[in-house]
Write a protein that binds this ligand. Sequence first.
Ligand SMILES: [Zn+2]
Length: 133
Amino acid sequence: MSNSKKEIDLKELKQKLTALNNSRTEYIFQLVHGKPMIHGLAHDVFRKCGKKNCRCAKGSLHGPYPALSINKKGKQKIVMIRKADMSVTVKKSERFRYFQQTLARIRRINKEIDNLLIETRNSTSTDYVHGDS
Ligand SMILES: [Zn+2]
């Protein structure tokens, strides 16, 4: 090998890839639970009622009221949750939040694996030179 590039530690690389792949698999299967979710993140909303002499006019807002923050195609909207739907909706929304967070973790892992593979390719390939064998 007439290669001036630094040699990669294959054992270490394989260990890294194995660890990344294992946690990715774990995350993926946490997401395919089949339980219902609601598109939106639950949070509390505080509001002014509009009456001039109300405490809210001086900054002591009414609430908290449960709401869903929904992001569709980059547009965000807030939808209030009815009291009767509250516990089920919040639970489904918590699943949605967890899904989003875990999906972000999986994407970070994908990127890391991708980077490691590109690094591997670049450190183990050379340009073809006549007479090189
Ligand atoms: Zn008020």
